[in-house]
Design a binder for this molecule. Structure first.
Ligand SMILES: CC(C)(COP(=O)(O)OP(=O)(O)OC[C@H]1O[C@@H](n2cnc3c(N)ncnc32)[C@H](O)[C@@H]1OP(=O)(O)O)[C@@H](O)C(=O)NCCC(=O)NCCS
Length: 185
């Protein structure tokens, strides 16, 4: 495995982030959800969105990338020091932070990068006094098991509509960041 650097995203990463998001979403969902769900943004549109978000540097958000030496950026994580759009008041009360997006280039999956990115992002968000981290995964996503492997537990679910397709998002959580399995740092 070549050297991997986990670092803050930069504006020039926007096209790599767009490509990773589109390819990772396709690898997770193709054949599992209706076709229109996967006809999302073009690389150009997605890159423009990532670029804007990097320049805005929203307070309480951390966007990190995994960069493989002499290759490119191959993974990303977006973590927030807050949670939003969760209907269950108990979950809102109990958990302070959220992993909002975690995507690894399909060619680079299963090499420990997802685990490294989650741990690094959780370390950055945990500077506030409140603990607890959630992540939402669509019930159609076969990668729910990844989070359970890292110690997350299912704490709830809520309806979700994706391009007219009615499904649900599963909410998983760790009570504290020390509970996230960490074999790589
Ligand atoms: C899910 C995802 C982020 C995992 O990242 P990754 O870098 O491939 O995972 P890692 O190599 O860090 O895996 C860590 C552990 O989880 C396990 N694991 C990873 N994906 C798994 C899966 N789909 N099912 C079961 N276990 C899985 C690994 O085997 C490893 O455990 P081990 O060391 O005991 O063998 C990545 O596959 C991905 O980007 N998928 C597509 C997009 C997606 O579904 N993102 C999550 C949306 S919320």
């Amino acid at each position: 495995m070549p050297e991997v650097l986990i670092r803050k995203a930069r504006f020039e990463d926007r096209y790599a982030l767009a490509r990773i998001t589109i390819d990772a979403t396709d690898s997770a969902f193709r054949g599992r959800v209706p076709e229109p769900c996967l006809k999302g943004l073009t690389v150009q549109q997605s890159a423009a969105n990532w670029g804007r978000s990097i320049l805005e540097e929203n307070v309480g958000e951390h966007l990190l990338v995994a960069e493989v030496e002499a290759v490119d950026v191959v993974g990303l994580v977006l973590a927030r020091c807050f949670i939003r759009d969760i209907a269950d008041a108990d979950i809102v009360e109990r958990y302070a932070h959220e992993i909002n997006s975690l995507q690894i280039d399909p060619a680079w999956q299963r090499r420990g990068l997802g685990e490294r990115l989650i741990n690094e992002a959780a370390r950055l968000t945990s500077t506030s006094e409140r603990q607890g981290l959630i992540v939402r995964v669509l019930k159609d996503n076969p990668n729910i098991t990844f989070y359970q492997t890292l110690g997350a537990e299912i704490v709830g679910s809520q309806p979700y509509v994706w391009e007219g397709y009615i499904t649900a998002e599963i909410i998983l959580a760790w009570k504290a960041i020390e509970n996230i399995r960490n074999r790589h740092t």
